[in-house]
Design a protein around this ligand. Structure first.
Ligand code: GCB
Length: 609
């Protein structure tokens, strides 16, 4: 009996150790201590710090485990791992761009950070928050496992128990493994480089014992009649609240102060804004919103707008919208690294603005939080996507759950960003009933998490003799039918656009989520010469002419892509050398000729949307 009891306790302990705490959003509005900066590291391609010589996971107190001290206890003591200041990586940052030996490295790297920490409020809680780490992360503090997370592009946090945290000499060890696997999301096969590491910010976040974990506010669907008496709704999620608590929402600029009783973990809120300036690309107005209860108070800057589909049109604040978009990878090409900072966001979104864009498609995974926040303040609409890309294992429930977790983390983090108008559940997935079920279930999940935005996915074209059909059965489930087409690059020459016939199975707005041609910046020839800037320029000219004769449910486009990006699939040693060069801006940051063709189209569209 006793041993059964012990087994249950041990099993429970394991579950508790692995349980990720509910995601805290808007962390920068809280008391945080940054753990960014230099972290020591050990490259561990064989996983020796994690597995013993029988390839069994090491026990928590195993001296050889890399999460335990690397200090020999005497001069005769043997320690086969040692972190030193000679080997450090910058956090946030991918490891591949930080030393030549990491250029193509995929596998395990151990990170170590030492820190001192005293809680501001002795009764409060402390969470260890990661903006993202790619892909699988195991976190240990002072030899105790705090938890594990999978998914390379979404945030996660673990509660740090008082029993583990020390005032001085904390020893934080993080194992990051970016090995690709068939049953992960994304899977082994992508057209981008698998940058590894702790790629986004790391913070200790302090909260009161009972706190506001998360909240959202948006204009009620279908309820916007004018800029007077605007009905807004949302909810506030609470952790450890008592029923005696109340939650207050204030928007000082609009003289709003509303109080709601706490009736459970989630408090639904509804009220009217007597008047407000709506958020839009022309007027990206953000209001300071303060949510408070008992001892907790958080603030965020929120824009109010509506996005909906009416018949064949997409309406932003009730008015027809044409999306002048561009796709973006989360990469700063000139420095061959992942983008992560506000500065990076300003660079990428600034380039999109120069191109005449009012929208960006953040491909093919959730980008760092600075992107959507910067888009909010610059007035750029956003398509945000999870990496359900190409050949995911659609037959597996586990894979579905992984995709749904990433979708949930993406939506939870960015629910208050007015710029985000479309959640995308994937890209170019093969047409078959199992995939359609998988994807339509993801669409339902997105809608149940957030009914205020549109849901889509980038589909493929069904090319038939004489006609290009948009008839993927998933079109039934999405709000906007989006598809990728490369007429003139993967199929024929750009003049193919002149005779292209398009047939749409759905009476919904459609969006060209990709189109593009590859060129090596600075390489010139005539327009028939592949890889030349002139070929890409010709491609865009023909495409633009074709766009101009698209039917009236054409709601916009996001060509592929703003900047050249690394891709190990691209092995033409003269023109690619491990890069996908379909960018309108080249690896050195120079605009290619085609940039100006698209810009001219966008400038014209901007004047006459
Ligand atoms: C696509 C993919 C994108 C690729 C692009 C290309 O359709 O969605 O990830 O990078 O084509 O360059 O072929």
């Amino acid at each position: 009996m006793k041993s059964l009891y012990l087994t249950i306790i041990t099993t429970l302990a394991c579950i508790i150790v692995y349980a990720q705490a509910p995601l805290i959003t808007n962390v920068n509005a809280r008391k945080t201590t940054s753990l960014n900066g230099k972290w020591q590291y050990i490259i561990d391609p064989y996983g020796t710090g994690f597995y013993d010589y029988r390839f069994m996971e090491r026990k928590e107190n195993d001296r050889e485990a890399y999460w335990n001290s690397d200090e020999p206890t005497s001069k005769t003591d043997r320690k086969e791992h040692k972190f030193t200041d000679e080997y450090t990586l910058q956090v946030p940052g991918d490891w591949n761009s930080q030393a030549e030996k990491f250029l193509y490295y995929e596998g395990i790297v151990w990170y170590k950070k030492s820190f001192d920490f005293t809680k501001t409020n002795p009764a409060g809680k402390v969470y260890l928050y990661f903006g993202a780490a790619n892909y699988e992360t195991d976190v240990y503090l002072n030899g105790k496992k705090l938890g594990k997370h999978k998914g390379g592009f979404t945030p996660f946090n673990f509660e740090v128990p008082d029993s583990v945290l020390k005032a001085t000499g904390n020893y934080l060890v993080v194992k990051v493994d970016n090995t690709r696997h068939k049953d992960e999301v994304p899977t082994v096969n992508t057209d981008w480089w698998n940058y590894g590491g702790i790629t986004r910010d790391v913070y200790l976040v302090e909260t009161p014992p009972a706190f506001i974990q998360d909240f959202t506010l948006h204009i009620q669907k279908g309820a916007l009649k004018s800029t007077k008496n605007i009905p807004v709704e949302g909810w506030v999620n609470c952790t450890n609240w008592q029923s005696t608590h109340e939650v207050t929402i204030e928007i000082p600029e609009l003289k709003i102060k509303k109080t709601f009783p706490v009736t459970g973990e989630r408090v639904a809120v509804r009220f009217n804004l007597p008047t407000a300036q709506l958020w839009s690309p022309q007027t990206p107005k953000l209001y300071n919103v303060v949510v408070s209860t008992g001892a907790d108070r958080v603030e965020d800057k929120i824009g109010f707008r509506t996005i909906e589909v009416a018949g064949k049109q997409v309406l932003l604040n009730g008015k027809p919208l044409f999306m002048r978009g561009i796709c973006i990878h989360e990469e700063i090409s000139q420095q061959v690294r992942r983008a992560y900072s506000k500065q990076d966001a300003l660079q990428l979104l600034g380039q999109a603005k120069e191109l005449g864009c009012n929208m960006v498609r953040l491909a093919h995974y959730p980008h760092n939080e600075n992107m959507a926040r910067t888009a909010d303040s610059l007035g750029i609409l956003v398509w945000s996507e999870i990496p359900v890309y190409w050949t995911i294992d659609f037959t597996s429930t586990e894979v579905f759950n992984k995709a749904r977790t990433q979708l949930t983390e993406m939506i939870t983090r960015d629910n208050n960003r007015a710029s985000i108008i479309i959640w995308s559940v994937g890209n170019e997935t093969p047409v078959n009933p199992v995939r359609t079920k998988f994807m339509s279930n993801l669409i339902s999940a997105a809608r149940s998490l957030d009914s205020s935005r549109l849901v889509s996915a980038a589909l493929e074209v069904n090319y038939q003799p004489g006609v290009n059909k948009i008839d993927d059965p998933l079109g039934e489930y999405v709000d906007i039918v989006a598809f990728n087409e490369y007429l003139g690059w993967y199929a024929g020459l750009p003049d193919k656009c002149r005779t292209a016939n398009w047939e749409f199975a759905y009476n919904k707005p459609f969006f060209i989520s990709e189109t593009g041609a590859e060129t090596l910046g600075g390489f010139h020839g005539d327009s028939l010469t592949r890889w030349s800037e002139e070929y890409q320029e010709w491609y865009y000219r023909e495409q633009v002419t074709m766009f101009k004769r698209m039917p009236d449910n054409f709601a916009g486009l996001s060509p592929w892509i703003l900047c050249d990006f690394r891709s190990p699939r691209r092995n033409n040693q003269t023109f690619q050398e491990g890069w996908n060069n379909k960018g309108l801006i080249d690896q050195q940051g120079q605009k290619k000729k085609a940039f100006y063709v698209l810009k001219a189209y966008y400038d014209e569209k901007g004047l006459n949307p």
